[in-house]
Design a protein around this ligand. Structure first.
Ligand SMILES: [Zn+2]
Length: 75
């Protein structure tokens, strides 16, 4: 997979909506923090143990994301 496609996939993945487990406001993944047990929190609810999207997205197996199925649709 090319670097360009990886970037596209992560960008699309970052646009998925997710509710904060703390305050239940909906955010995009790219603005969220990952806690233990795959819980997601917004900037207001995060604590120091959580990873920002930019960090945890680097650890993901991108090929397993549904966004990787059709990179031609991601522009
Ligand atoms: Zn929150």
């Amino acid at each position: 997979m090319s670097e360009e496609n990886k970037e596209k996939i992560l960008k699309a993945f970052g646009k998925r909506a997710q509710r904060c487990f703390g305050c239940f406001v909906a955010y995009h993944f790219k603005d969220m923090y990952l806690g233990e047990d795959a819980s997601y929190f917004c900037e207001n609810c995060k604590d120091e143990s959580m990873f920002h999207f930019d960090d945890f997205s680097k650890l993901l197996d991108i090929s397993k994301l549904r966004e990787s199925k059709g990179t031609h649709n991601l522009d």
